[in-house]
Ligand binder design. Sequence first.
Ligand SMILES: [Fe+2]
Length: 349
Amino acid sequence: MFLKNAWYVAATDHEVGRHLHAVKVLGEDILLYRTQSGGVVALEDACPHRKLPLSMGRLQGDEVECGYHGLVFDCAGTCTRAPGLAHPPKPAAARSYPVAERYGLVWIWMGDAAKADPGDIIQVEHWGDPAWGVNRGDAMLVHCNYLYLTDNLLDPSHVSWVHQTSFGSASMIGEPMKTQVNENGVLVSRWMRNVEVAPFYAKFVKFDGNCDRKQHYEVRVPAHAVIKAIFTPAGTASDTEPFHPDIFLMDSYNFLTPVDESTTRYFWFQLRNFSPDDESVSQQFAEDVRGAFEEDRVVLEAVHAGMAKNPSRMNLPLDAGPLRFRQKMKALIDAEQTAAQPAALAMAR
Ligand SMILES: [Fe+2]
């Protein structure tokens, strides 16, 4: 079960062009392509006649022709031509999905099209700020349910074991965490004072010696994580005072798109408050981040397989944030399903 009335990332912008590109989102097969003027189209990837994927057909101008009997569909999914017939048959239409492009990504609305508002797509602080550098990021397929990824991204403690050579350091172990449930998600955070700078960050921080480090792990509905890393010289930690001039800030945006119940496509990019135009820094970030996320992928795929075989009922205090997010999602999905039932019953009558 997934939350339908939400924006998800369907693809990176460079994956979608003047060709037929098939993706699966929330278990639904979707065809993506660009019109001649550059707009993105998203249609149900099935011809209404015999359900051949439209992605197996041909792009003709701004329309797509089914590869089985030549039915042609426009950008709205309306059948405009059925060879041999004067007029296309009435039920011949493929569902179209609202889409929007933002942050180098193609976003898709999977629920009621009337409720789709691109203004609801997550706001990325500092995007376009000339003082901040961007690592444009990447994507990977992870063979686990998306909620294992949201668990992971609400669990700052895991870095000490999963990412020992990058994000983690031994001095962080045992530091207590604060869990805060917000209207649109859950935030787990902690300050660690006078600790060593973890290996991934050590090559970028401007100061010597120990640091005060903050981990801000936030996941917003439906599955968008904002992970903020703050490193400031030891003794200068503060949530209210102006930042120390040498402070290191990295905001990592992580968008999890359920492909189905056991597969997730993971998209990400990072912004940093230094070296905005240094391509070599972006490149280093890209390589290091991907390496660390591969470490997560291996663990989370094994967790999914293990829990599928034999679910655990044991929880630890560190699971508080992940469990609150799961509760929030369950309530939202249940409410959405309940609201959809009268309409479905009316259609069945
Ligand atoms: Fe991780």
